[in-house]
Design a protein around this ligand. Structure first.
Ligand SMILES: Nc1ncnc2c1ncn2[C@@H]1O[C@H](COP(=O)(O)OP(=O)(O)OP(=O)(O)O)[C@@H](O)[C@H]1O
Ligand SMILES: [Mg+2]
Length: 357
């Protein structure tokens, strides 16, 4: 269980827009171990999708991965070297052909947030699942078709064999989303990156999918990066979680630790904004304000303008992302909050913050 398969270090991805540079991912580090389900959670615009696309090198113009490392089982997906003047991609970086033929689909599959982008409207749903399986596994013809139907059935498409020949527009949005999940599962990849795949689904179907994910993890040792804005989903399936805010990970650790020994006020706010069995609905507190733009992030701690615990130093000093608490199994619990640093946080006056409502 403790073998790291994916290691992301100080990843930086930017978009060059007419209105300035968007630092969508700004120094993100996390890892995934074999058979582990790792959550990536945060509000809309935090940089979750850009992070997952960067990991598979799917960022397109006007975007670019500008720094950091992505290592998958000893192979360099992203890597730079410093020539003294600039950062240039390292020689051992996988080529585009290697990414396509050896990594995407068969080793790491991604389930995109928007199903219509991944399904071709002019081919049947079943045919597309079958073709994807043929491309990425040692199955063909009838065998691949049977596997496709089996996967469609397992993600809860009713009468999967009959609906195999339907076109994407004949499926509901939730069913299309499930088709993407079936495609990814059918390839038996080692790692599945799932970008909010259950957000559009009703809770019953979501429950079935989450159960399926747990089954796959147990049956095949598949690892997952599960992107969501829902801490409830994190609690249900994830082993560890990364909490993202404005292009950075602000807290990271085993799910139990994050829920019971929360170290970052943003994580606290996220947890307070979801229903929990130990609280009543009246206790729910939406997070105040909105996330600022990634074009001009706030100085100091990026969360300070919305933080109920902010003090003077938070406006100036950028907190380090450091180990903040011991965990039972020795896994790191990290957070970036000045509370954990010797910078006069505790002696300082609370910061009066004006939150835009
Ligand atoms: N093609 C693009 N051009 C310019 N900016 C972009 C582009 N794609 C993403 N961004 C910006 O990058 C930031 C992170 O976006 P991202 O899609 O990763 O957010 P997210 O966390 O996935 O949000 P959501 O929960 O809404 O899916 C946002 O500020 C977004 O506006
Ligand atoms: Mg997204």
């Amino acid at each position: 269980m403790s073998d790291t398969i994916l290691e992301v270090t100080d990843l930086k991805t930017q978009f060059y827009t007419e209105r300035g540079v968007v630092r969508a991912v700004d120094g993100v580090s996390f890892d995934v171990k074999q058979g582990e389900i790792v959550g990536l959670v945060g509000e809309s615009g935090a940089g979750k999708s850009v992070t997952t696309s960067s990991v598979l090198r799917l960022i397109e113009e006007p975007g670019e991965v500008v720094g950091g490392e992505v290592d998958y089982m000893g192979r360099t997906i992203v890597g730079f070297e410093d020539t003294g003047e600039e950062l240039v991609p390292r020689d051992e970086m996988l080529t585009e052909a290697q990414m396509r033929d050896q990594i995407r689909g068969n080793e790491i599959a991604i389930i995109f947030q928007d199903p219509m982008e991944s399904l071709n409207p002019v081919y049947t749903v079943g045919g597309q699942v079958k073709e994807f399986i043929e491309l990425n596994r040692d199955l063909s013809g009838e065998e691949a078709k049977e596997e496709a139907i089996e996967m469609l059935r397992r993600v809860g498409i009713p009468e999967a064999a009959e609906r195999y020949g339907d076109y994407p527009h004949e499926f509901s949005g939730g069913m299309r989303q499930r088709v993407l999940i079936a495609m990814a599962l059918g390839c038996r990849p080692n790692l599945i990156i799932a970008d909010e795949p259950t957000t559009a689904l009703d809770v019953t179907v979501e429950g079935q999918i989450l159960e399926l994910v747990n089954d796959l993890q147990a049956e095949f040792g598949t690892s997952f990066i599960w992107v969501t804005h829902d801490m409830g989903v994190v609690a249900e399936i994830c082993d560890r979680v990364n909490v993202m805010y404005l292009g950075q990970i602000v807290e990271q650790g085993p799910v139990d630790e994050i829920f019971h020994d929360t170290q970052h006020p943003y994580t606290e706010a996220l947890l307070n904004s979801i229903p929990r069995p130990d609280r009543t609905v009246d206790d729910l507190e939406p997070i105040e304000g909105t996330m600022p733009s990634a074009r001009s992030p706030p100085s100091g701690c990026r969360f300070h303008p919305r933080c109920p615990d902010a003090r003077e130093p938070c406006r100036e000093i950028e907190p380090a992302f450091e180990q903040v608490a011991e965990t039972a199994d020795g896994a790191a619990h990290r957070a970036s909050c000045l509370k954990h640093e010797e910078v006069g946080y505790w002696e300082a006056e609370p910061l009066e913050v004006e939150v835009e409502k």
